[in-house]
Design a binder for this molecule. Structure first.
Ligand SMILES: *[C@@H]1O[C@H](CO)[C@@H](O)[C@H](O)[C@H]1NC(C)=O
Ligand SMILES: *[C@@H]1O[C@H](CO)[C@@H](O)[C@H](O)[C@H]1NC(C)=O
Ligand SMILES: *[C@@H]1O[C@H](CO)[C@@H](O)[C@H](O)[C@H]1NC(C)=O
Ligand SMILES: *[C@@H]1O[C@H](CO)[C@@H](O)[C@H](O)[C@H]1NC(C)=O
Ligand SMILES: *[C@@H]1O[C@H](CO)[C@@H](O)[C@H](O)[C@H]1NC(C)=O
Ligand SMILES: *[C@@H]1O[C@H](CO)[C@@H](O)[C@H](O)[C@H]1NC(C)=O
Ligand SMILES: *[C@@H]1O[C@H](CO)[C@@H](O)[C@H](O)[C@H]1NC(C)=O
Ligand SMILES: *[C@@H]1O[C@H](CO)[C@@H](O)[C@H](O)[C@H]1NC(C)=O
Ligand SMILES: *[C@@H]1O[C@H](CO)[C@@H](O)[C@H](O)[C@H]1NC(C)=O
Ligand SMILES: *[C@@H]1O[C@H](CO)[C@@H](O)[C@H](O)[C@H]1NC(C)=O
Length: 735
């Protein structure tokens, strides 16, 4: 069973541990989501009554609807969740009106400086009146409503369009900032409250729409003003996760958020295995959002650097990778010989004393322990008495694991996740291998090796932004010709609001409690884009979800391929620039009709299609529509032949949202291995909202497998540049 957990890096170990301890069910019934498409227009249709009678018709003798039915979806789309045996599931699949039945999975959940880095400064032009009418729906682990980031001082009553409710549970009060709250229970979420006991949902909500809160920091580190993209916007909370997120609850969150009237949905969670487009809570929920004008932003996942790991493949969601900002948090190790090493750790501790004796893990292990486990400072192996007051050298530092809880201080390399500074429960410096060798060499060179670890500080990283290894990579494994991820945004070392009842390292041994914490992951980059999309919407309230998405994609910063492996499969169209996205010039509109053609083209028949769209649309007789021709702001194609030259043609159209009279000329950025032709090469618009079509033909010589080539086309008048990457690749999945 795939797990659906939030895309926060730090807590994966903790989460999998608590998951295992909760493994249950001796019953042969499994939880399924029964998806039934759009709600019928019929006013007398009662979804719940219908679900009950459907179930009654298929249940085995002796089982009851009460025991089987978990929840009904009935506000924004039709369906229910139920516990079913295999034969019941098979019977139900035959029932008219049932689009798909898929097993419930558990999903993973996945400041200050970041908005300035993006160019969205505190003094940037805003539209505060419109901004206060924008509602961001956050599907996450809940929220800490008393945080300063969600204080409602100066806020008026909720916008008129709001149809939601505050059902946050005992002692949970909404205000004019957090205007709605709902929670959903499951076997793994049993506390009836929208309050956040994990910290994740508080963090993501404040990144998107937290107030300006002056002079916050993590024990003095990363000090500054914490703020969201749209501090005047409202927040609606849908607590769909406790330790993990049941997919049943994620779908309930969408059902409610869309009906409540949110404008943007931010979802920093996902599964590690993607379901088909009509068998996945996020793709289904976001499709219904789209038809109501609601754009869903979803994190790409933290499963890089492997190819094809990006979750959220649907073209109607906006998928976000994570990248660095120019502020990086480090801590220094000062060796007795004066040498200074650099650690990637958030260390809030000040050691009292100039230096401390050093001890190697190998020499500090219990005698019955494997020597390798001692060298790697495995918690159960280290003799805590022997290392007391000493700086411990470890051949391996696990990411924010409680292995080091109880030791005095430690230095060592971290495998894999060396690009992130984790909040550590004790003074730790996670150094690179070269630095660790230097520490070892010094340790070996003297009888009384001594060292100290300094409190963390911020340094400037002039190479930013770059894509870290952990950020999930394309290509898209359901529809390779839709480039994913779509964009990248800050997701490393982000300071934002936190839950004051959880330790900042998420470790139970850590006694510290904070209001603001530093976290990393695509979970943190996702709400940056949700906030940016809301910001664009405040200037263009009537823009469609695809127009907002297109504006953020075509105006994105061009990333430096030298600093980010995998090119566009790491960062999509590039790094968001919300201020530039206000005036993109042209947008790629993707209408419901376009998605219908797309779904038919990938094999959805008319009947399956109609149940999703909820109207009487049919697939065209000849369904030769190819996914590469979906009117998407990026162009991608997987070439299958490896030995001959290839030619691929893309069809696109753009809508003029710049100036009434405009002439756009195309410019192709050269890649010697791609021959790109755009016809016509000039687009002349006479009026606003006028649409024009063009075709892009890309030719090249034989492409060996595991090759990716990229280039871009840019439409420009004298003011705007509308950039779309072009990506041609061959069999990246096979590695
Ligand atoms: C900021 O907060 C710190 C304590 O966290 C305090 O020492 C300092 O005086 C504050 N600075 C301002 C300008 O308020
Ligand atoms: C260092 O001393 C200060 C003040 O006495 C104390 O608050 C702090 O906990 C000490 N730090 C450590 C790591 O022992
Ligand atoms: C742990 O270290 C202390 C001090 O070096 C020593 O006295 C004790 O015997 C050690 N315990 C074990 C179980 O190795
Ligand atoms: C990222 O992954 C690549 C390939 O596995 C590896 O060579 C590189 O060292 C990794 N970078 C970091 C900073 O861990
Ligand atoms: C320690 O690592 C830094 C990069 O983080 C590097 O610039 C420096 O040269 C390294 N020092 C040693 C002694 O290897
Ligand atoms: C230091 O000594 C240990 C053995 O105690 C050895 O494994 C390690 O390679 C030495 N390190 C260096 C850098 O010489
Ligand atoms: C990337 O590296 C190549 C080769 O080292 C260099 O020629 C090119 O200028 C670099 N590109 C950027 C954008 O830095
Ligand atoms: C489709 O539905 C609309 C109203 O919803 C109706 O006017 C139209 O006749 C229907 N078309 C077909 C082919 O059934
Ligand atoms: C290309 O390879 C395929 C099999 O992989 C083969 O059938 C075909 O004849 C080859 N074409 C050329 C032009 O070599
Ligand atoms: C693009 O190509 C299609 C099919 O080849 C053709 O029908 C259409 O007219 C072309 N559009 C333009 C703008 O040239």
């Amino acid at each position: 069973m795939a797990k659906y957990i939030f895309y926060l890096l730090i807590s994966i170990f903790m989460l999998s541990r608590s998951l295992r301890s909760k493994a249950n069910d001796n019953d042969d019934r499994k939880e399924y989501i029964v998806y039934m498409g759009s709600l019928p227009d019929d006013v007398v249709y009662s979804p719940t009554a219908n679900h009950i009678s459907l179930l009654q018709g298929v249940l085995d003798q002796g089982s009851t609807v009460e025991k089987s039915l978990i929840t009904s979806y009935r506000r924004s789309f039709n369906g229910f969740a139920a516990k079913l045996t295999d034969t019941e599931r098979q019977r139900l699949a035959e029932v008219k009106g049932v689009v798909s039945i898929f097993p419930n999975r558990n999903f993973k959940v996945q400041t200050t400086r970041s908005w300035d880095f993006i160019g969205l400064h505190q003094k940037t032009e805003r539209n505060p009146t419109v901004e206060s009418d924008i509602i961001i729906g956050v599907l996450d682990t809940g929220i800490w409503p008393e945080s300063d980031s969600f204080n409602d001082e100066g806020f008026g009553s909720p916008p008129k369009k709001w149809k939601g409710a505050c059902i946050g549970g005992d002692k949970f009060k909404c205000n004019n900032k957090i205007i709605g709250a709902r929670y959903y229970l499951s076997e793994l979420s049993t506390v009836a409250t929208a309050r956040d006991f994990i910290g994740h949902g508080t963090h993501t909500a404040s990144i998107a729409a937290g107030n300006n809160v002056k002079n916050v920091s993590f024990f003095g580190i990363a000090q500054g003003t914490a703020r969201g993209a749209v501090p005047s916007a409202r927040i609606a909370v849908y607590k769909v996760c406790e330790v993990v997120c049941s997919e049943i609850n994620v779908l309930s969150g969408f059902d409610d958020a869309i009906a409540d009237g949110v404008d943007i949905i931010s979802v920093s969670l996902g599964g590690s295995v993607q379901g088909a487009y009509d068998a996945d809570a996020i793709t289904i929920g976001s499709f219904h959002g789209l038809s109501k004008g609601v754009l869903t932003i979803n994190s790409a996942g933290n499963d890089g650097i492997t190819a094809g790991t990006v979750s959220s493949p649907a073209p109607w969601t906006m998928t976000v990778a994570a990248s660095s900002i120019d502020r990086h948090i480090v801590d220094k190790v000062v060796l007795g010989n004066g040498q200074i090493l650099l650690g990637n750790s958030v260390n809030s501790f000040t050691l009292n004393g100039t230096s401390f004796p050093m001890i190697y893990g190998k020499d500090a292990g219990h005698h019955d322990c494997d020597i390798e486990n001692s060298r790697n400072c495995l918690s159960t192996c280290i003799n805590k008495t022997a290392v007391n007051g000493k700086i411990l050298l470890c051949d391996l530092i696990p990411p924010a694991s409680d292995a080091l809880g109880g030791v005095f201080a430690a230095v060592g390399p971290r495998i894999g996740l060396n690009e992130i500074s984790f909040v550590e429960p004790v003074p730790v410096a996670a150094v690179n291998f070269a630095n660790y060798s230097a520490a070892q060499a010094y340790f070996n060179s003297t009888k009384n090796p001594r060292a100290t670890i300094l409190k963390s500080e911020s340094i400037t990283d002039s190479d930013a932004p770059h894509i870290p290894n952990f950020s999930s990579r394309g290509p898209n494994f359901i529809t390779p010709d839709i480039l994913k991820p779509d964009v990248t945004a800050p997701g490393i070392d982000i300071l934002a609001a936190y839950s004051p009842v959880v330790s900042p390292s998420v470790l139970p041994t850590d006694q510290r409690r904070v209001k603001y914490n530093i976290l990393s992951g695509t979970s943190m980059s996702c709400p940056h884009v949700a906030g940016a999309a809301a910001y664009v919407k405040t200037f263009h309230p009537n823009w469609s979800p695809s127009a907002i998405k297109s504006s953020l994609m075509t105006t994105a910063w061009v990333m430096n391929t030298n600093q980010s492996s995998d090119g566009e499969f790491g960062y999509g169209a590039g790094h968001i620039d919300p201020v530039k996205a206000l005036d993109p010039g042209l947008v790629y509109e993707t209408s419901k009709d376009d998605y219908i053609k797309f779904l038919c083209g990938i094999g959805f028949g008319s009947s399956r299609l109609r149940l999703i769209t909820g109207d009487n649309s049919t697939c065209p007789k000849i369904t030769n529509f190819e996914p590469k021709d979906l009117n998407y702001p990026t162009l991608a194609h997987e070439v299958v032949q490896t030995n001959g030259s290839f030619t691929v043609e893309f069809q696109r159209r753009v809508k003029n949202v710049g100036l009434p009279n405009a002439n756009y000329k195309v410019k192709v950025n050269s890649n010697p291995r791609l021959d790109i032709e755009v016809v016509p090469g000039v687009l002349s618009f006479k009026s606003m909202n006028e649409e024009k079509s063009f075709n892009v033909t890309v030719k090249g010589e034989a492409l060996p497998i595991r090759t990716m080539l990229s280039s871009s086309i840019v439409w420009s008048d004298s003011i705007h540049s509308v950039r779309s990457p072009v990506v041609i690749f061959n069999s990246l999945f096979t590695d």
